[in-house]
Design a protein around this ligand. Structure first.
Ligand SMILES: Cc1cc2nc3c(=O)[nH]c(=O)nc-3n(C[C@H](O)[C@H](O)[C@H](O)COP(=O)(O)OP(=O)(O)OC[C@H]3O[C@@H](n4cnc5c(N)ncnc54)[C@H](O)[C@@H]3O)c2cc1C
Length: 448
C-alpha cells in the first residue's frame, strides 16, 4: 500500500469521455462524489460489438447505453459537449457551449478520451469509411445496401478491428441476400500483429473458408473513389473501402505539454496519473501505462479490457484517498484474448483454447457482465477485482451463463428440427409462433 496526499470528501471529480474507461470510473464514483461526466455523445458504445452491428448480426440498440440510465447519483452532472482544451495547471476544462466556450473546474480529473482514426494516406479520409464508432458501423451497414451483388469490399488494416469486421461482413451478404468479395490489406507481413499464434492461424483459416482474401506486406499509398493504389503500384478495385489501419490521439489541446508515447499516448505513472500531476489521471486508449511496473514489457495494449480495469482501479483509488485510506498501484494484466468473426469465434483464456459456440458464449458473457456492472450489479464488479474469491464468483457466473446459452441453443435446434424455424438475427416477429418469440426474448434477455 502506498500513501498519496489525502483530500476532503466533497471535492469535484470530472471524467472526460464516457467510453470504456470513463464510464467504468463514472459508475464507481456515481453517488459517492461530486461528479461531472463530459462526452460529446449522450450514450456509451459497446465498441467490441460494433462489427456485428455493421454486419447486421446485432442491433445497435443492444449495444449502446444512455448515460442517464447508469449515472443517477444526486451529485452527478452529465454534460453533453465536445471538449476543446484542458489546462492542467489551472485545473480547468474548456468545452464548446451554445454561446461560445464554458469552463469546468476540477479537483480530480480522469482523462478518458480514447483515440481517433488516423487516415494518414492521400484520399483515405474522403473516400474510405473509418471504423471507430457505432455511427461508423451503421454507416457501413447503410453503404453495403448500395454495393451490388459480387461487389468488392476492401478493409484496410489487418488488426483485430479489421479482422473482426471482415468476419462479420462475410456474413452480411447472407442477411442482405448478396455475395461480396472481401479483401483485407495489411502493410505488415502478417495479420493480427501481437496476437497469439493459435488465434492468428485459426482466424486466417476461418476467413479463407469464408472466401475472404488476405493481402499482407502491402501498403496503401492512395485511395480513390473506386480503387486503392499500393506501394508496388498495383491498383485494387473497390466498391466500398473501410479504414481500420491506425489510430491517433484525441485532438484536444492540453496545456502545458505532457509527455507522450508514439506522439499521442499520454505517459502515466503506476497509479495512472499523468506524469507530474497528482490530481490528473489518464486512462484507456489515450494513456500509455508501462507494463514493466508489473514485470512485463512495453505498454498496456489499447483494448477495452485494459480501459475498463484502469478506469475501475483509478476510481477505487480516488474513493480510497477521499476516505483517507491508502491507494494501490495499478496492475494491468491481459486476461486473455477473444476474437469474434461474426458467427465464428476464437479465443485463448488462461492458456485454454476456445472456439465455436463455447467461445461465442464466453464472449457474450463478458459483454453481459460488463453491462450488469454498469447497471450497478455488485456481483458483476468482481470480474474487475484481483483477489481469488472474486475470480471464483466470476467463474461461477460465467458457467451459469454459458450453460443457460447452451440450453437455449439446444432448444433452438430442437425447434428447427421440428420445422418451427427459430433463428438468430433480425426477423419479423409477427411471422413467428409464440414459442419462437419467447426464445428470442430469452436470448436477448441473456445478452442484456
Ligand atoms: C470496432 C472496434 C472493435 C473493437 N473490438 C475490441 C475487442 O473485441 N476487444 C477489446 O478488448 N478491444 C476492442 N476494441 C478496442 C476498444 O474498443 C478500445 O480499446 C476502447 O474503446 C478504449 O476505451 P477508451 O475508454 O479509452 O476510449 P473510447 O471507448 O474510444 O471512448 C472515448 C470517449 O471519449 C469521447 N470523446 C472523445 N473525444 C472527445 C471530445 N473532444 N469531447 C468530448 N468527448 C470526447 C468519445 O465520444 C468516447 O465516448 C475495439 C475497437 C473498435 C473501434
Amino acid at each position: 500500500m502506498y500513501s498519496i496526499r489525502i483530500r476532503g470528501k466533497d471535492e469535484k471529480v470530472v471524467v472526460a469521455g464516457a467510453g470504456y474507461a470513463g464510464i467504468t470510473a463514472s459508475v464507481i464514483l456515481d453517488g459517492k462524489v461530486d461528479l461531472t461526466v463530459i462526452d460529446r455523445k449522450s450514450y456509451h458504445e459497446i465498441l467490441t460489438r460494433a462489427h456485428l452491428v455493421a454486419g447486421g448480426l446485432e442491433d445497435v440498440q443492444e449495444n449502446i447505453i444512455p448515460l442517464n440510465e447508469v449515472l443517477k447519483g444526486r451529485y452527478t452532472r452529465i454534460v453533453r459537449s465536445t471538449i476543446r482544451s484542458i489546462d492542467l495547471n489551472e485545473r480547468r476544462i474548456s468545452i464548446y457551449a451554445d454561446d461560445g466556450v464554458e469552463h469546468i473546474r476540477y479537483d480530480h480529473l480522469i482523462l478518458a478520451l480514447g483515440a481517433e482514426v488516423n487516415y494518414g494516406v492521400d484520399g483515405a479520409r474522403e473516400h474510405a469509411i473509418g471504423f471507430r464508432s457505432m455511427e461508423d458501423a451503421l454507416n457501413i451497414r447503410k453503404r453495403l445496401r448500395s454495393v451490388k451483388d459480387g461487389g468488392s469490399l476492401i478493409i484496410v488494416g489487418g488488426g483485430a478491428t479489421g479482422i473482426s469486421l471482415a468476419g462479420a461482413l462475410s456474413e452480411a451478404g447472407r442477411t442482405l441476400g448478396k455475395k461480396f468479395k472481401i479483401k483485407i490489406v495489411e502493410a505488415l507481413d502478417r495479420i493480427l500483429h501481437g496476437w497469439d499464434d493459435y488465434i492468428v492461424k485459426s482466424a486466417t483459416d476461418l476467413l479463407k473458408d469464408k472466401g475472404v482474401e488476405i493481402l499482407t506486406g502491402k501498403k496503401v499509398m492512395k485511395v480513390d473513389d473506386r480503387s486503392l493504389t499500393m506501394d508496388d503500384g498495383e491498383e485494387i478495385r473497390s466498391d466500398l473501402t473501410i479504414w481500420t489501419a491506425g489510430v491517433k490521439g484525441s485532438s484536444i489541446e492540453i496545456t502545458p505539454d505532457v509527455s507522450r508515447v508514439k506522439g499521442y499516448r499520454i505517459e502515466v505513472d503506476r497509479f495512472s496519473r499523468i506524469k507530474g500531476y497528482d490530481d490528473a489521471y489518464a486512462v484507456g486508449d489515450i494513456s500509455a501505462f508501462r507494463l514493466d511496473y508489473d514485470g512485463g514489457s512495453g505498454y498496456a495494449p489499447q483494448l477495452a479490457q485494459t480501459a475498463v480495469r484502469q478506469g475501475y482501479k483509478v476510481a477505487m483509488n480516488i474513493l480510497n484517498m477521499m476516505e483517507g485510506k491508502g491507494v494501490i498501484p495499478l496492475s494491468i494484466k491481459k486476461q486473455g484474448s477473444i476474437l469474434s468473426l461474426g458467427d465464428e469465434c476464437i479465443g485463448v483464456i488462461d492458456g485454454l483454447r476456445l472456439e465455436g459456440e463455447l467461445c461465442r458464449y464466453v464472449d457474450e458473457f463478458i459483454t453481459y457482465n460488463y453491462k450488469r456492472m454498469l447497471y450497478g450489479d455488485s456481483s458483476a464488479k468482481f470480474a474487475y477485482e484481483e483477489d481469488p474469491i472474486a475470480g471464483m464468483i466470476t467463474l461461477g457466473r460465467a458457467l451459469t451463463y454459458v450453460s443457460a446459452r447452451y440450453t437455449l441453443a439446444l432448444l433452438t435446434r430442437f425447434y428447427t428440427i421440428l420445422g418451427m424455424g427459430y433463428h438468430r438475427g433480425s426477423t419479423k416477429e409477427a411471422e413467428y409462433p409464440a414459442h419462437c418469440i419467447m426464445m428470442q426474448m430469452m436470448t436477448n434477455r441473456l445478452r442484456r
